[in-house]
Design a binder for this molecule. Structure first.
Ligand code: MF3
Ligand code: CO
Ligand code: CO
Length: 291
């Protein structure tokens, strides 16, 4: 592209005043294809307008999660949680990203105990004392997506469950701390995975984080248990999720095909926990846009 043309990022600025130096820096880099290092394509970069949109979606998404903080209690059904999430998002002029996503029937995921992810809210499922539950919510505002989840301990839970929930949150935070510009996406998973293994836990690898923002599940894939210095280079303007799924026992999971076709469970029926944030790669590190 010519230096006086408008930049490919859509900022409206001249290329020479916008991403020209960035492209030159990438041109000088040598990506090690044997390590699976990938140069980030232009489509993964968000401009300031996109970032503002994703940030707004994140604010509504956080509001829906805050509502869950007040509602998750013994006796509540997951359908009641789902309805509250749906109404909150719609009342704020947005759309629940999960509703009708590839046929998903509800507005959020509620994943209890041995459910790893994608649990479907139901009027037949009532939370009970001792459960741990993840509520995962995605908000779409003006076409921009934000995706985050939190764990809840229902009443008093076992010390083992409490430790799993705490360490899983630490895995997410350590992963976010490793998400730095000009480092690799694999650095996130190396940091998450090491912390989980130090604590004797299994890390789910069939599913992972993802680019998010101008769509729901975008590149790059974010593994939570991999090698540093691998995968796509992280650069300013990228938005992605860090969402480790950490298991008390085996990392192995299964999807019950005779059931709803969505619910992912641990193979050994032991507990699983997950925390998720949407983050923005900045010039200096990562900024959390929804958590
Ligand atoms: N929010 C999930 C994620 O973190 C995806 C849920 S898709 C659904 O990527 F269809 F199960 F809702
Ligand atoms: Co999610
Ligand atoms: Co996600």
């Amino acid at each position: 592209m010519q230096r006086n043309e408008l930049c490919w990022c859509g900022s409206g600025k001249k290329y020479k005043k916008c991403h020209a130096a960035y492209d030159e820096r990438l041109d000088e880099m040598r990506f090690n294809v044997f390590k699976g290092q990938v140069r980030p394509p232009h489509r993964v970069i968000n401009n300031a307008h996109d970032i503002a949109g994703i940030r707004q979606a994140g604010i509504i998404n956080d509001g829906a999660l805050d509502l869950m903080d007040t509602m998750v209690k013994p006796g509540v059904t997951t359908a009641e949680l789902d309805k509250a999430v749906h109404d909150f998002i719609v009342d704020h002029g947005a759309v629940p990203g999960d509703l009708n996503y590839e046929g998903f029937p509800k507005s959020c995921c509620t994943s209890i105990n041995d459910i790893v992810c994608h649990g479907i809210p139901s009027s037949k499922v009532r939370l009970k004392e001792g459960d741990i539950v993840n509520v995962d919510i995605t908000t779409v505002l003006n076409g921009y997506y934000a995706d985050a989840s939190r764990m809840y301990m229902v009443g008093e839970v076992s010390p083992a469950a409490e430790r799993l929930v705490r360490v899983t949150k630490e895995c997410m935070e350590i992963g976010i701390a490793a998400a730095k510009p000009w480092h690799f996406v694999g650095d996130i998973g190396a940091a998450c995975g090491a912390h989980a293994h130090e604590n004797g836990y299994g890390v789910v690898t069939e599913l992972g984080g993802h680019g998010v923002g101008k769509g729901y599940h975008l590149e790059p894939f974010v593994s939570h248990d991999t090698h540093a210095g691998t995968g796509m280079l992280l650069v300013p303007g990228m938005t992605l999720t860090v969402e480790p799924m950490i298991n008390e026992g085996t990392w192995k999971t299964y999807t019950d095909k005779t059931g709803d076709g969505w619910t992912v469970r641990t193979k050994d029926k032991k507990l699983s926990a997950q925390w998720e944030s949407t983050i923005l790669i900045t010039e200096t590190g990562a900024e959390v846009l929804s958590s």
